[in-house]
Design a protein around this ligand. Structure first.
Ligand code: SAH
Ligand code: SF4
Ligand code: F3S
Length: 484
């Protein structure tokens, strides 16, 4: 076993790196999922290999999220559990580390409440994990707090090698946020907007595709605010980047998340029309349907601006399915504000959505606002909103029955011979499927719709290269509309 070797193995005696177990638990958004994978890549040359349980690990990293209160509290409970487990198993040399957005926002508090934590580091410093590790191994007993926003970008020092990621993978292209929505901690935890240069993005994408990746999801806190330095010396937006990425041979699908309505420019909208690899599913958070609240949230657009953007997008790509985030119970939200949110949901029609009860976050402007919405009122609103969104999701899924969709098969299902993949619209699709289709796109006739997934039968086997999703457009579900 990785972690049980008491004496040097022959490899170690010959100077090879000592093998050690690494367990990373990831909370929060896709950016954290990407970061966790990169932490693993940074630590691999030091002999760290992933293990499936924290009690098997020489190092445990919690990659944390600070977006809502519950997310941060979970970290402290998990830390307590880890300490108990470490004490019970007698693994006193196990390193416990905390990275991510709680580390950035509450680093000192973590070391105060959980002094057994050896390392606390923010989202912009994890490329220095080897140095931090060497320091704590040298100065046993000393904890490290590393929450700087260094001038150099971590992307310049991340290793080129990365572990195999399956057919669908994330690629971080933009980070940070300058929008300062009044409820949100992200501008403080991730720092200012930063776009990676186009050349490095293309290079990473090519390497991913050469390693078997078929679908890339471009990530950024405001991914469509990308202003990347192009190889031509000009500034590239996300639309242009998508066009360039779609040229990579073997890359069948492109997605991006999360976008802000304000940054949905005409070139990006046109890319939805022109680039078949760009999947017809878009997460475009609106938060609220009330202009008064959108202003109090500092979203910098009205609900009608949002409706107009959706119309433009659907003109460019008629089968586009949408998803959003909503916050209910923002300070001062009235019944009439909430009714306007329900109206917007009815007008737009979502294939899927996330909704949250407002959670005041320390240091954000909204935390200082009066007029809180009572918890029971916010709970009721959340329930009605979720009922409506769930009904829309079920109706969207129901309308997929009878459609033939290209599905990218990603992993085995629970039943023998079954695999699970994704439709162009991000639905999970279950089908009986030969092993050779693992990691490939195949057409599936949809026969069953559940609230969170679809089921169907393979119809054509592996698609020939070059046949893309719009070949199935005639069968794609129509937009969800209030009329259904
Ligand atoms: N950059 C994205 C969202 C990032 S955070 C955007 O601009 O839309 C993900 C979601 O968490 C947000 O869209 C919002 O709905 C929710 N969220 C953020 N802060 C929150 C808070 N203080 N309370 C409740 N939900 C919050
Ligand atoms: Fe947060 Fe607003 Fe930035 Fe999104 S755009 S990350 S909600 S501040
Ligand atoms: Fe959470 Fe940080 Fe992402 S606060 S949502 S992990 S950017």
């Amino acid at each position: 076993m990785l972690d049980d070797a008491p004496t040097a193995t022959p490899d170690e005696a010959a100077g090879a790196t000592r093998k050690r177990g690494l367990y990373i638990k990831t909370y929060g958004c896709q950016m954290n999922v990407y970061d966790s994978a990169r932490m693993s890549d940074v630590l691999a040359p030091l002999g760290f290999q992933p293990v499936s349980r924290p009690d098997q690990a020489d190092m445990v990293i919690l990659n944390t999220c600070h977006i809502r209160e519950k997310a941060a509290e979970k970290v402290f409970s998990e830390l307590g559990r880890l300490r108990d487990q470490r004490d019970e198993s007698g693994r006193h040399d196990q390193i416990i580390a905390v990275g991510g957005c709680v580390a950035q926002a509450e680093g000192e508090e973590i070391l105060r409440r959980a002094p057994y934590v050896s390392m606390v580091f923010g989202p912009q410093t994890y490329h220095t994990l080897p140095e931090m590790l060497a320091r704590i191994e040298r100065d046993t007993g000393q904890s490290i707090l590393n929450t700087d926003f260094p001038a150099e970008s971590k992307f310049d020092s991340l290793p080129e090698e990365f572990a195999s990621q399956g057919p669908s993978a994330f690629l971080s292209v933009q980070e940070g946020c300058d929008k300062f929505c009044t409820f949100c901690v992200v501008p403080y935890t991730r720092g200012a907007e930063f776009s990676r240069p186009v050349a490095t993005i293309l290079e990473e994408a090519r390497r991913m595709v050469a390693g078997g990746v078929r679908e890339i999801t471009l990530l950024g806190q405001n991914v469509n605010a990308l202003h990347a330095e192009g190889p031509d010396g000009r500034e590239w937006g996300l639309g242009r980047l998508c066009r360039a990425l779609a040229e990579i041979d073997g890359l069948e699908r492109l997605r991006y998340t999360t976008s802000h309505p304000r940054d949905m420019d005409d070139d990006l909208i046109a890319a939805h029309r022109d680039v078949p690899a760009l999947m017809p599913f878009l997460h475009l958070p609106v938060q609220s349907g009330s202009d008064r609240l959108l202003q109090a949230m500092n979203r910098k657009h009205t609900s009608d601006d949002y409706r107009r953007i959706v119309d433009k997008l659907r003109t460019a790509r008629p089968d586009l399915a949408l998803s959003s985030d909503f916050i209910v119970g923002f300070p001062g939200e009235t019944d009439s504000d909430f009714a306007q949110t329900l109206r917007l949901v009815n007008d737009v029609g979502y294939a899927q959505a996330y909704s949250f009860k407002y959670s005041p976050r320390p240091g954000t402007p909204a935390a200082g606002l009066g007029d809180p919405v009572p918890h029971d009122v916010a709970d009721d609103r959340l329930q009605s909103l979720q009922q409506l969104l769930n009904a829309q999701q079920q109706s969207f899924n129901d309308r997929c029955i009878g459609a033939t969709m290209p599905v990218l098969f990603e992993r085995p299902g629970r039943h023998p011979g079954q695999k699970i993949g994704r439709s162009p619209f991000m639905q999970s699709v279950h089908a009986q499927c030969p092993d050779r289709l693992q990691g490939r796109v195949a057409d599936v006739l949809i026969t069953r719709a559940r609230p969170n997934s679809l089921g169907g039968d393979i119809v054509t086997g592996v698609q020939a290269a070059g046949i893309r999703v719009d070949d199935a457009d005639t069968h794609a579900p129509r937009r969800t509309s209030p009329e259904g």
